[in-house]
Write a protein that binds this ligand. Structure first.
Ligand SMILES: Cc1cc2nc3c(=O)[nH]c(=O)nc-3n(C[C@H](O)[C@H](O)[C@H](O)COP(=O)(O)O)c2cc1C
Length: 164
């Protein structure tokens, strides 16, 4: 193979494998706020994210969502464009930030979920403690990505909000 083709090949391989994170927020449609509908979204998200090599965290709070996804650039792009931005469960989907990252922060969470008080009582589980422990441990090891810092900052503001 000519050198230039070999280099191009290597570059495109590296490109297709490079990791990206995306942080977005959205507004839940009123009909979505039941356990069954959230379960359906999470089940589909787990299944597809596992196949696509995507990990991350979804938080529902007072009628809104914030989600961070991380994974191969191509997978993030396809999942966001084809599934998330078109999902019937939410509207006003706005990207907060999108960055290349060198490693994952959410390990093997195909999609962790944190609910606000009213949803937690329905969903029966919360990853908030897990998230905080994980991030504290992660933070000690290395600096957090822009997306994770954004997610944690919004998470903390929501936890402190009197309207929870
Ligand atoms: C808040 C929210 C988060 C979502 N997260 C993911 C995700 O992480 N991965 C994915 O493949 N799909 C995700 N989806 C898409 C859902 O899986 C999709 O809504 C579900 O398949 C039902 O399809 P429908 O909304 O078109 O009826 C998400 C949708 C919503 C509303």
């Amino acid at each position: 193979m000519p050198a230039i083709a070999a280099i191009n090949n290597l570059l495109s391989q590296a490109n297709s494998e490079s990791l990206e994170e995306i942080l977005y927020c959205s507004v839940a449609v009123p009909l979505l706020q039941t356990k069954i509908q959230l379960d359906r979204i999470l089940a589909a998200a787990h299944r597809r994210n596992l196949a696509a090599g995507i990990t991350g965290m979804l938080m529902y709070y007072g009628g809104g969502f914030i989600q961070i996804l991380e994974g191969p650039k191509q997978s993030i792009h396809q999942t966001f464009e084809n599934h998330i931005s078109k999902a019937a469960g939410h509207t006003a989907v706005n990207i907060v930030c999108r960055n290349e990252i060198s490693n994952r922060s959410f390990g093997d969470w195909t999609m962790g979920f944190i609910g606000s008080a009213e949803i937690e009582s329905i969903i029966h589980f919360s990853l908030s403690g897990v998230l905080m422990n994980m991030l504290t441990a992660e933070a000690k090891k290395r600096s957090l990505s822009v997306g994770v810092r954004g997610f944690v900052s919004i998470y903390n503001q929501m936890r402190q909000s009197p309207y929870r």
